[in-house]
Design a binder for this molecule. Structure first.
Ligand code: G4P
Length: 525
């Protein structure tokens, strides 16, 4: 192992920001990029809601994606660290890719709107992070607006997400009355409007953990309230523990306002201090590969088609797990044993794509793909012969029946279907009795992308018939009995031939569970 490789790997901090739409993920990402010097002005990361976003208009989606997709991975240097932020799209873009992106990061930042608390999408994404046992950092945003009581927000974190929390700082007032943050960790108060006082942004705390008694803020009721809360938390709250943070059992909580850029830099600096560097990755053989291993290896966690309408290309995103990637190097694709020369690699920035010359464990590279890669594929150089663990499948919630409009196009229909399913763009099921095709997704946009790509890449017009939301549950093959199928459930097989039921709703599922108590019903993630 060369010393440089170790140094380079240790400087990497690779994470995703998760949130419910509108909590402020884009705004905070922009602030982080500004601090990192990766962009020069706000508004670069995504074309803000233009008001003319037509969901059915794929060109429009692409136009939007032209911007948002290049920001799939954003890299900048800060404080001697190389920061990689992976985007996890919310809104209409939400798909299985969003979940899979979380398989490629070492930590997650959860942005919460402090007026709303924990919302549905955050909860789902949080569960995936939880399953991976990665550290989760919380940013309670929009403190410049009147929100919920900070103690309530902490209680909700613990109750709804079942994670311990430790406030790294504490709001002094909120909304129009926001005065600052009592920074427990740095032992200082950070002022929201320093110009209101003597212009200094920070006030150091004395030995009693207090600001000087002659400071005008000292007498302010919001300060007294904050001090009372902090005292309560010191006595009754959780203890700070780096170990528990690393295990994902305790989330450090930061308060702030991304829009007014308050508390974001403090968050970034503290986060970088505690966020983990790249660690060893598990293989199928239940071994681990050190990130300092000199041979290159990595896995495909996302395949994105049509990223640029002008190129109609497809890009496979690789998380580098070990060694150093160099442009032009030879690698093996583990699944086929085939050797490739990696000349067409790309790295992503907020406003442009750049060719990447080298990358180390922790980094994400994009490879131009002509159909060679599948989600979960391992690539390696030299004699490593490693296969990384399979990526989990996620339980789809939305389903459509799918048929080719022109029956003469069966061949290209099946070809497109096979390819897109392998790529992980959509999940495919067949009804057991009639062999009808059903596709499943976690986000509506996946269907639109599927339909569009079938037409454009496989020249096949498909008819999608909505089946609505269903609750999918897998059963053991030995329990399979076609008589269990009824009007409230559909019995299908997945692409690995595993049987499952698509229940009309939770009631239908419970009714089934009562009737067949011995049949085990299993959900994916
Ligand atoms: P998202 O990526 O999580 O979906 O959220 P985004 O950053 O786009 O923010 C959603 C809205 O919330 C935006 O307003 C944004 O300006 C606002 N916002 C973000 N952070 C803060 C904050 O700290 N305080 C306040 N008061 N607002 C915040 P919008 O009106 O929907 O969009 P825009 O037209 O202003 O961009």
């Amino acid at each position: 192992m060369s010393l440089n490789l170790k140094e380079a790997v240790d400087s990497r901090r690779t994470f995703a920001i998760i949130s419910h739409p509108d909590a402020g993920k884009t705004t905070i990402t922009e602030q982080l990029l500004l601090f990192g010097g990766a962009i020069r002005q706000a508004g670069t990361v995504k074309g803000k809601k233009t008001g003319n976003f037509a969901k059915s208009d794929w060109m429009e989606i692409e136009k939007q994606r032209g911007i948002s997709v290049t920001s799939s991975v954003m890299q900048f240097d800060y404080d001697g660290k190389r920061v990689n932020i992976l985007d996890t799209p919310g809104h209409e873009d939400f798909s299985e890719d969003t979940y899979r992106t979380l398989m490629a990061v070492d930590a997650a930042v959860m942005v919460v709107d402090s007026a709303k608390g924990i919302e549905a999408q955050t909860k789902k994404l949080f569960q995936v992070c939880r399953m991976r046992g990665i550290p989760i950092f919380t940013f309670m945003n929009k403190l410049d607006r009147d929100g919920r009581e900070p103690l309530d927000l902490l209680a909700e974190l613990e109750e709804v997400l079942e994670i311990e929390s430790y406030p790294m700082n504490w709001p002094i007032g909120m909304g129009k009355g926001l005065e600052g943050l009592y920074d427990v960790y740095h032992k200082r108060v950070e002022l929201h409007r320093p110009e209101k006082y003597d212009g200094e942004r920070f006030i150091e705390l004395n030995e009693d953990g207090d600001i000087p008694a002659d400071h005008p803020l000292h007498k302010d009721s919001v300060y007294t309230q904050a001090m009372e809360d902090v005292e309560l938390l010191t006595e009754a709250g959780n203890e700070f523990s780096e170990e528990r943070i690393a295990e994902g059992k305790l989330t450090p909580v930061f308060f702030g306002s991304a829009l007014t850029n308050f508390g974001v830099q403090t968050f970034l600096e503290t986060f970088l201090q505690f966020a983990p560097k790249p660690s060893a990755h598990k293989t199928l053989a239940e071994e681990t590969v050190s990130p300092y291993e000199k041979e290159f290896s990595g896995f495909v966690f996302k395949i994105q088609a049509n990223m640029n309408p002008a190129h109609r290309d497809r890009i496979a995103f690789i998380r580098v797990c070990s060694g150093e990637f160099e442009r032009g190097m030879d690698v093996f694709l583990e699944r086929t044993g085939k050797k490739f020369k990696l000349t067409n690699s790309t790295q992503f920035m907020a406003d442009s794509r750049e060719t990447v010359e080298s990358a180390v464990a922790g980094d994400i590279i994009g490879l131009y793909d002509t159909g060679n890669y599948q989600i979960g594929d391992t690539l390696y150089s030299g004699k490593m012969k490693v296969a990384y663990e399979e990526l989990p499948q996620f339980t789809p919630e939305l389903f459509m029946k799918v048929t080719a409009k022109n029956v003469m196009k069966q061949k290209s229909f099946h070809k497109g279907m096979d390819q897109l399913v392998q790529e992980g763009a959509i999940q495919l099921y067949k009804t057991i009795l009639t062999e009808d095709y059903i596709i499943g997704a976690v986000g509506q946009l996946q269907f639109e992308v599927f339909q569009h790509r079938m037409l454009n890449e496989y020249n096949t017009e498909v008819i999608l018939t909505p089946m609505g939301n269903k609750t999918a549950r897998w059963i053991n093959e030995e329990d399979l009995d076609e008589r269990m199928s009824s009007s409230r459930n559909i019995l299908v097989k997945d692409r690995y031939n595993q049987p499952l039921f698509l229940f009309e709703n939770q009631f239908a599922m419970r009714w089934f569970a009562d009737k067949y108590p011995d049949v085990e019903l299993k959900a994916l993630l």
